[in-house]
Design a protein around this ligand. Structure first.
Ligand code: ARG
Length: 459
């Protein structure tokens, strides 16, 4: 039976039920709805609307339903109810008769769903935060396993300057730390409780909204009833954070797919995160990484979809807003899966340090060092840059690296070049010269790793 039956003579068509019913997906809010309802029953009791006995009966029935929800024992599909709120109310009436019919006094599904979904987001923010922390640990751990390994650093996907592999890991540590801080940020704005705002204009019963908010673990109540029932910014912020973090995961995946390619050969991925080809026996494909990249589409889509859904809505609640859930539920699930699989990929990967070093030594990644060397000899940087460019051309002609050119050849380009240039052109030399906060020198990176471990341990 629909909650709103009295006004209607006819039944909803099955097609209308198909478009209107949200129970098939909003049943994930069962626990939150039951918790919110327990608090609401207490608020009504305190306001003198429910007797102690009625409140106790309601609470016992709601707690029983909550246990069943936790154990997966509620049969949503068989109920035929419209949404999770109707489901819970119908179950209460079934158990308690008229007492069950009293719970919805002064409450609307509008303030109810706004509260439930905030509770749901809050819970998922907590678990996503710990997924992110686990990923940070995996990044630090692989960086430590290969702390001295040198890889080529790229710009434009051209070898640019050598960097430590650990420095690459720490770049992603920074990104995922920012994602954590975005979650912390949105948690602050999420932390207000809409319950007690009624359908749109506030409730007529003298419930204590501060008390309700506190009982549900919020910092306080929302301050405007119209806004409270029609605000979905907290979902948008979660979707934006999910999207940004998926973008970070995707870039990391893209780097690793390239490093894992036959052409680069910098690393191998474990069997546990790769798959083979049904046709080509030699293949070991980086599917986990490709899916981290691929799943961005649906997560970004969910953000876009909700923005578009919300943009034209007049105040206050409109049924359009029911569309806030499926995309968010899916986005959170995908983000969670990708964070976990990313950590597994990092745990499984083995760096081929010799091959990385060889690649970092090729491609004239030390040309900047030659320019800087000339600066140390009093040559203006722009001139040094030009001379180093000429040295690259010479090396290309000889089919060798800059450091393999004879001193006389180098001196034919610039008289300021001396024997000591060969030390400068060594791989570690330029790398360790970048001994500046945020740079790739072995010392800075070791300090950064130490600092990140410490911060994580304090969390
Ligand atoms: N299932 C609805 C939703 O998710 C609950 C709110 C319904 N309110 C209403 N007045 N029809 O948005």
């Amino acid at each position: 039976m629909a909650l709103w039956g009295g006004r209607f003579a006819g039944n909803a068509s099955s097609m209308f039920k198909q478009v209107n019913d949200s129970l098939p997906f909003d049943n994930v809010l069962a626990e939150q709805d039951l918790t919110g309802s327990i608090v609401w029953s207490k608020a009504l009791n305190n306001a003198g609307v429910l007797t102690d006995d009625e409140q106790q009966q309601l609470q016992a029935a709601l707690e029983e339903l909550r246990d069943q929800a936790r154990d997966g024992e509620l049969d949503f599909a068989a109920s035929g109810e419209e949404d999770i709120h109707s489901f819970v109310e119908a179950a209460l009436i079934d158990k308690l008769g008229d007492v069950g019919r009293k719970l919805h006094t002064g409450r609307s599904r509008n303030d109810q769903v706004a509260t439930d979904f905030r509770l749901w987001v809050r819970e998922h923010v907590r678990s996503l935060r710990s997924d992110l922390t686990a990923l940070l640990r995996a990044l630090l751990s692989v960086a430590t396993r290969h702390q001295q390994a040198i890889i080529p650093g790229y710009t434009h996907l051209q070898r640019a300057q050598p960097i430590l592999f650990a420095h690459w890991c720490l770049a992603y540590v920074e990104m995922f730390k920012r994602d954590i801080s975005r979650l912390d940020d949105l948690s602050k704005r999420l932390n207000q409780c809409p319950l007690g705002c009624g359908a749109l204009a506030g409730t007529t019963y003298p419930v204590d909204r501060h008390d309700i908010a506190e009982s549900l673990g919020f910092a306080g109540p929302t301050l405007n009833s119209l806004d409270a029932v029609s605000d979905r910014d907290f979902v948008l912020e979660l979707l934006f954070t999910s999207s940004t973090s998926m973008m970070h995961l995707s870039r990391m995946a893209e780097d690793l797919i390239f490093y894992n390619s036959g052409e680069a050969g910098f690393l191998q991925l474990g069997d546990e995160v790769t798959s083979g080809s049904s046709l080509m026996p030699q293949k070991k494909n980086p599917d986990a990484l490709e899916l981290m990249r691929g799943k961005c589409g649906r997560v970004f889509g969910a953000l876009q979809a909700l923005l578009v859904t919300m943009k034209g809505l007049p105040l206050a609640y409109n049924k359009d807003m029911q569309e806030d859930k499926e995309g968010a539920i899916d986005a959170v699930a995908q983000w969670h899966t990708c964070l976990c699989i990313a950590a597994e990929v990092l745990d499984s990967l083995k760096l081929n340090e010799a091959r990385c070093r060889q690649a970092a030594s090729q491609g004239f990644a030390n040309a900047t060092e030659l320019a800087d060397y000339l600066v140390s000899k009093g040559v203006p940087f722009r001139t040094g840059h030009d001379i180093a460019g000429q040295a690259v051309v010479k090396a290309l002609e000889h089919g060798c690296a800059i450091e393999d050119l004879a001193l006389s050849t180098l001196q034919s380009i610039c008289e300021h070049i001396d024997e000591d240039v060969y030390e400068v052109l060594q791989l570690e030399y330029g790398l360790n010269k970048r001994n500046i906060l945020g740079g790739t020198s072995s010392e800075t990176v070791t300090q950064a790793l130490y600092r990140e471990y410490e911060t994580l341990d304090q969390q």
